[in-house]
Design a protein around this ligand. Structure first.
Ligand code: AMP
Length: 411
């Protein structure tokens, strides 16, 4: 099956061609024709499955075939949990719709930055809004957006939206939308709260489930290295230098850890930057842009960067602190090996975090040999220095963890 057989317009096929997408992924094959017929869709899919394109193309086609006459008001709304995702999704929609004539205006709005430029950009109207929930409501409160003409709603990463405590904002947004509309709903997991939301929202949806593994079958070599917790920064430095890694994403448990390790690497003349929820949005965007442009070699990030980020040519991901859950592990390592490239995911395992690592391995059905690196062999009776932050907590984030994550994201 090819893109032209899905019923897409010639202008959108040109957009697909520009992106060099040759074959639709399974979620695109299933969701696009149904959505083009106006059906609601319930997609059970993670990032890496091509879900963004699966909703972006029907959304663009809906607006292309039914052009708005008169004042421009948003007719498609995509709600996403994070700023990074809003930018990624908005840009994907823009590039896929680049050949539409008349052009559609795509507005990307998120919190953590001044509202004024966003207010200005919304003057004169917009066709498609990609937004995080809080800022969307702020813009409505400023009379910059009128959601009463929305014909298509996309909820992307619904589980994460609820995890981050956006249930109330979502309810308020839904109350502003017309009842007659098409809904596309995507989530990686379906805990009861997500199921309830889906039931409230969707009418006779087409259910599409794609296997948990990303469909591009990423080629990710997973490794585990035994090391005493206090020696991890030195080991990281050693690995970066020995292997001549061009670009490395390192995950840590806390913002403080990210700052500290980046600082130490910089002192060793390795170009490293922290990336976490307490940085301003401007700084976060700058770090990502520098990383993508190879101006920064190492990014030390909290789980803020674990989902959704799409960095081409990222050969290595390191779990300096282990993730809290097996699902977070999947998200973190999924940052490498994207779009058909190969990648390496390395986890540092100390005596204190070994039991937790075995839990992750069990859930992932992995059994990795615990490697040792010459000069960094763990001492047989290593001192019980706890790995920084939440690396060895239980497998599920606590309420406090979720709140903290939400606050840091919205900070
Ligand atoms: P997503 O699941 O939306 O996060 O997409 C994951 C990655 O797959 C992104 O880098 C997309 O550019 C890419 N992608 C989406 N659809 C296709 C396709 N049909 N063929 C190849 N790559 C794709």
């Amino acid at each position: 099956m090819s893109f032209p057989s899905l019923g897409l317009s010639p202008a959108l096929l040109l957009g697909v061609n520009d992106k060099a997408y040759v074959k639709p992924t399974p979620i695109q094959l299933a969701a696009i024709p149904a959505a083009l017929q106006g059906r609601d869709v319930l997609g059970s899919a993670q990032t890496g499955t091509g879900k963004t394109v699966a909703f972006a193309l029907p959304l663009l086609q809906l607006l292309e075939v039914k052009p708005m006459i008169g004042v421009r008001r948003p007719r498609a709304l995509v709600v996403v949990p994070t700023r990074e995702l809003s930018t990624q999704v908005g840009e994907e929609i823009r590039s896929l719709g680049a050949h539409l004539s008349p052009a559609l205006k795509v507005s990307i709005v998120f919190g953590g930055v001044s509202i004024n430029p966003q207010l200005l950009r919304l003057r004169g109207g917009t066709d498609i809004v990609v937004a995080t929930p809080g800022r969307l409501l702020d813009l409505v409160a400023h009379n910059a957006l009128d959601l009463s003409f929305v014909e298509m709603l996309v909820l992307d990463e619904a589980d994460r939206l609820l995890d981050l405590g956006f249930a109330e904002e979502l309810a308020r947004i839904l109350a502003l939308l017309p009842a007659a509309r098409q809904n596309l709903f995507f989530s990686a997991t379906f805990p009861p709260a997500v199921q309830t939301l889906a039931q409230q929202l969707l009418r006779d949806p087409l259910r599409v489930t794609v296997t948990p593994e990303p469909l591009s079958e990423p080629d990710i070599a997973q490794r585990a290295i035994a090391v005493d917790a206090p020696n991890r920064t030195q080991l990281l430095r050693h690995l970066i230098q020995q292997n001549h890694w061009s670009r490395v994403l390192v995950f840590v448990a806390t913002s403080h850890g990210a700052e500290m390790i980046a600082d130490k690497l910089r002192k060793a003349r390795i170009n490293a930057e922290p990336f976490h929820g307490q940085l301003s949005q401007g700084k976060r965007s700058q770090v990502l842009a520098d990383f993508k442009a190879s101006r920064v070699k190492v990014v030390i990030a909290t789980d803020v960067a674990a989902r959704g980020l799409d960095i081409a040519l990222l050969p290595v991901v390191v779990n300096y602190d282990l993730p809290r859950s097996a699902l977070d592990y999947t998200h973190r390592i999924g940052r490498t090996g994207r779009a058909g490239e190969s990648g390496v995911a390395i986890s540092f395992v100390s005596a204190e975090s070994q039991a937790h690592f075995h839990l992750i391995e069990k859930r992932q059905r992995l059994n990795l040999p615990l490697e040792q690196i010459a000069g960094f062999e763990p001492t047989p009776t290593s001192s019980p220095v706890a790995a920084a932050g939440g690396g060895i907590k239980g497998k599920r984030p606590s309420k406090k963890d979720k709140l903290r994550a939400a606050l840091s994201l919205r900070a």
